[in-house]
Ligand binder design. Sequence first.
Ligand SMILES: [Zn+2]
Length: 309
Amino acid sequence: MNHFSEIDRVYRYYSTDLALRAAVVITTKASRQICRQLETTPSATVGLSRALTGAALLAAHMSENQQIGLHFNGDGPIAGVFAEATYEGELRAWCGNPQVDVIRQQQDSEARLDVAEAIGKGILTVVRSVPFEKQPRVSTVQMVTSQVGQDIAYYLEQSTQIPSLVSLGVMLADDGTVQCSGGVLIELMPGVNDGLIPRLEAQAAKAPTLSSQIEKVSDPIELLQLYTGKMTLVSSDLTHDLQFRCRCSQSRLERSLALLGGPELDELIKTRKDVEARCQFCGASYTIKIERMEQLLAEIRSEDSTSKS
Ligand SMILES: [Zn+2]
C-alpha cells in the first residue's frame, strides 16, 4: 500500500469539544507537476508549492463549487505567485518569474533558500468565487512575513476575526524538485478562547518541522498532532483527492476576449492578425482567428443594441 504522502488528498478533522476544525493536505504530486511544467528554480518551487498548499487548505474549509485564488503580489524578483484551488480539489498555480533563485548565506554558514526575499514585500489578494454571485469576493491584506503561511493566517484573522494556525511544509529532493509538500490549517470555532492558538503555536515550536514529518508519520492526523498534542480529534468522512487541473479552454478565452469590449476587440481586428494566447497555468496554446473575433464583435454589438432598445 502507498504511504499516504504519495497521494494528493485533503483530510478534515474536528476536536471533540468542537473548539476547532482542521484540515491536512498533501500536495506533493500537483506541486511537482506544476513546477516541472513551469521549470521553476528551487526558490520558486518552494514559494509556489507553499502557495498551492495554502490555497488547497483554504478550499478545504469552503463549500461545493467554491473556488479560492491567492495572489502574493510582492516586489521580489519572483514577480508574484498565484495559486488557485476549488473545493472539489482542482489545483493550479503560476509565478511571474519561475527562473529566479534567491539563496542566502546563514549565520551557520549553510546556504538556504530565501522565499521571503524571492516574493518580497507587498500585498496578498484573496479572491473567493461563490456560485450564483456575479462578482468574486476580493480582499487584500499586507503580507506580514512573505513566507506564505503566516500571510495566509493573517488574512484569515483579518477577514474572519478568528485566529488560526497555518503551517506549510515543502521539502526538496537533491535535484531541486519537490520531495514532499503538504500543510495543516487549524481554525478555532467562533467564540472559542483566543488563547488556544498561541498554545498550539508554542507546541509547534517544540515539534520537528512539518516538512520533515510528512513522509515519516504513518497517518495524516499525526501531522495535525504536531500542533494539537493530546487534544482528541475526530476525522471527518469528507476526504477527497487533489489534483492539478487547469480549466482553460477556447471558449473561456473567447469569453475573456469579449469582456475586453467592442472598441478593444475592433482594434485587435484592425491589426488583421489572429490572436495567439498561451495559458500561463498549463502552457496550452490557443488561437483565435480574425473571423471568430469578427463574430464576437458582432455579438457584442447586437447585445448592446438590444440592451439600448
Ligand atoms: Zn490552462
